[in-house]
Write a protein that binds this ligand. Structure first.
Ligand code: FMN
Length: 350
């Protein structure tokens, strides 16, 4: 099943493997470097690549050395990446990730913003190491629309840069999930309180992006009930059930295993288009496996995303096809920033 083709929006994917978004923190001035084109091109046999998180505006930058899609220079730099992937036969979506309260003035040069002036209570990456997450400035009601518009502007730039589409990062405790959460969002205007209020930012952002570039080029990532970065959500099946009902029919939802199977299967059944499942959840103890992928496909998922397995297995599709052993997940010391451990993982040596 994993190796069968699938029609996603207007794209034909040669297989059902998705390279999951992974921040690698190697950008310079918000621009991907030459090695980034090589890195994604090496992985172009994936049915679909979703890039590392990319900030839609400057205030949305969550960590150091992350790339953006809000200047002409960034668009030019990304075009090199998308060309390299397409020349190698692949398809690539940009993950639009607004950090919201996860950020730091030393990272973005701006004070982070969020639904409410409540810190995540965790630590964030800065250029000089980890630091306590600051208390964000709460967005005024009138300012929320600017953040929605930033997603749409970045999506337009993504298409200009040659991306096949975009995935909004609605998971892992960043801005979109902050609005969903009862711990991060204590607003009393139309963007908080009730379920309708909490889902409103996500729905407006997705609608704006779908209007900008077409719904068939849009997906959203979700971590229902996920608790990292200070997130608490109430009534997860209702919250996400209402969210899926309110979203326009975009190309896909990309769901992480952050709730039990019954909740996830309920969301699968409620969602009309493609359902991407990421078995590994929020960097759980073990990376997603082939067996988990096949099981979820048998249970109604359409596509399976692999994160850590893609770090050291650029030819993951081929390894699955031929039943070859996988290279082990590399140490965390190479996940971010270092020159090594990025484009130096070889394909299987026969
Ligand atoms: C180095 C690294 C960076 C990550 N960065 C992102 C990111 O930018 N956006 C995102 O949605 N998830 C991110 N994730 C989570 C992965 O997409 C994936 O959900 C997680 O690793 C679990 O799946 P796996 O077991 O297949 O690795 C990251 C994971 C890793 C290991």
């Amino acid at each position: 099943m994993l190796l069968s083709s699938y029609r996603l929006g207007n794209l034909t994917l040669p297989n059902r493997l998705v390279m999951a978004p992974m921040t690698r923190s190697r950008a310079v001035d918000g621009k991907p470097i030459a090695e980034t084109a090589t890195y994604y091109a090496q992985r172009a046999t994936a049915g679909l690549i979703v890039t590392e998180g990319v900030q839609p505006n400057a205030v949305g930058q969550a960590g150091p050395f992350m790339p953006g899609l809000h200047t002409d220079e960034q668009v030019e730099a990304w075009r090199v990446v998308t060309d390299a992937v397409h020349v190698n036969g692949g398809r690539i979506f940009a993950q639009l990730m607004h950090g919201g309260r996860i950020g730091h003035p030393d990272v973005a040069g701006h004070h982070p913003v969020g639904p409410s002036a409540i810190s995540s209570g965790t630590e964030v990456f800065t250029p000089t190491g980890m630091a306590p997450a600051p208390v964000p400035r709460a967005l005024e009601t009138a300012e929320v629309a600017e953040q929605v518009a930033a997603f749409a502007d970045a999506a337009r730039r993504a298409v200009e840069a040659g991306f096949d589409g975009v995935e909004l990062h609605g998971a892992n405790g960043y801005l979109i999930q902050q609005f969903l959460s009862s711990s991060a969002n204590q607003r009393t205007d139309g963007y908080g309180g009730s379920t309708t209020g909490r889902i409103r930012f996500a729905v407006e952002a997705v609608e704006a992006v779908a209007d900008a570039i077409g719904p068939e080029r849009v997906g959203i990532r979700l971590s229902p009930g996920g608790q990292i970065q200070g997130i608490v959500e109430e009534n997860v099946p209702v919250l996400y059930g209402e969210l899926l009902k309110a979203l326009p029919d975009i190309a896909y939802i990309h769901v992480m295993v952050t709730a039990d199977d019954e909740v996830l299967m309920g969301l699968r059944k409620a969602w009309p288009t493609a359902f991407i499942l990421n078995p590994g959840g929020q960097i759980g103890p073990d990376e997603s496996t082939r067996e988990q992928g096949e099981r979820w496909l048998a249970n109604g998922a359409d596509l399976i995303s692999y994160g850590r397995a893609y770090l050291a297995n650029p030819d993951l599709v081929e390894r699955f096809r031929l039943g070859l052993p996988l290279a082990a997940t590399p140490g965390r010391d190479t996940w971010f920033q270092t020159p090594n451990g990025y484009i130096d993982h070889p394909s299987y040596q026969h």
